[in-house]
Ligand binder design. Structure first.
Ligand code: SAM
Length: 211
């Protein structure tokens, strides 16, 4: 198992097929959560408090796994937007999108979206990918696009918890996640009012409101 992950992380041809990075992320995520990924992401959706009719943004959406769950919660009258810098991920997500979903190439620190346009903003497992010097800007831009009264949920690896698989890619990911710092401080510095913080399997999270 570790060897497969290592080969995938290093982008080598293992079985004759080359996996796109976002497919690799999907696979690593499934393995890392040990079969509990669906339950964890259901809990994330519930923490966002998304209701039917809401406009929701998922930042660092990859292939749209969480975005599709958010779309179920927002219902046919809601809309979900996913943003990710990977064109391959966005193309994949668009193929699986319902009519209420839109996917756009972009980065957290410079969202190609209008001010105050979302009732809820999520960003899961993506903040450790944002360059360290741009993380404060990423929180500020998520704040900018959140409506007054809207809610933010950011989750990233809980590096204090059970170690991730320690192949080279896992170690890199762990090191990057350890530099993210307290999510509640980043949210508060951007202007949000922190509502709660907590832990889920593998993750730590913050829920915050734009008052
Ligand atoms: C580990 S995946 C997480 C995907 C998904 N949010 C989840 O919870 O499974 C990290 C994603 O962050 C994206 N990413 C990398 N740099 C980013 C940035 N500056 N802003 C937003 N997303 C970024 C990557 O393209 C990748 O799809």
């Amino acid at each position: 198992m570790h060897d497969t992950l290592r080969r995938l992380h290093e982008g080598r041809r293992g079985t004759g097929t080359t996996l796109d990075r976002f497919r690799l992320n999907e696979l690593v995520s499934q393995i890392a959560f040990g079969g509990g990924r669906r339950r964890v992401y259901r809990r994330i959706v519930s923490l966002t408090g998304v209701r039917p009719g809401d406009a929701v943004l998922d930042v660092g959406c990859s292939g749209g796994y969480l975005a599709r769950k958010l779309a179920d919660a927002a219902g046919p009258s809601g809309r979900v937007t996913g943003v990710d810098p990977s064109q391959a991920a966005i193309t994949y997500a668009r193929r699986r999108a319902t009519r209420a979903m839109t996917f756009t190439v972009g980065v957290a620190q410079d969202l190609p979206l209008p001010d105050a346009s979302f009732d809820a903003v999520t960003c899961t497992l993506a903040m450790h990918h944002v360059p360290a010097r741009q993380r404060a800007a990423a929180f500020r831009d998520m704040y900018r696009v959140t409506k007054s009264g809207g809610r933010l949920l950011v989750a990233d690896f809980d590096t204090a918890g059970r170690p991730l698989p320690l192949h080279a890619g896992g170690r890199r990911m762990r090191r990057a996640a350890a530099t993210v710092g307290p999510l509640e401080e980043l949210a508060a510095a951007a202007g949000y009012q922190v509502e709660s913080t907590g832990r889920l399997p593998l993750l730590r999270y913050v829920v915050a409101i734009r008052t």
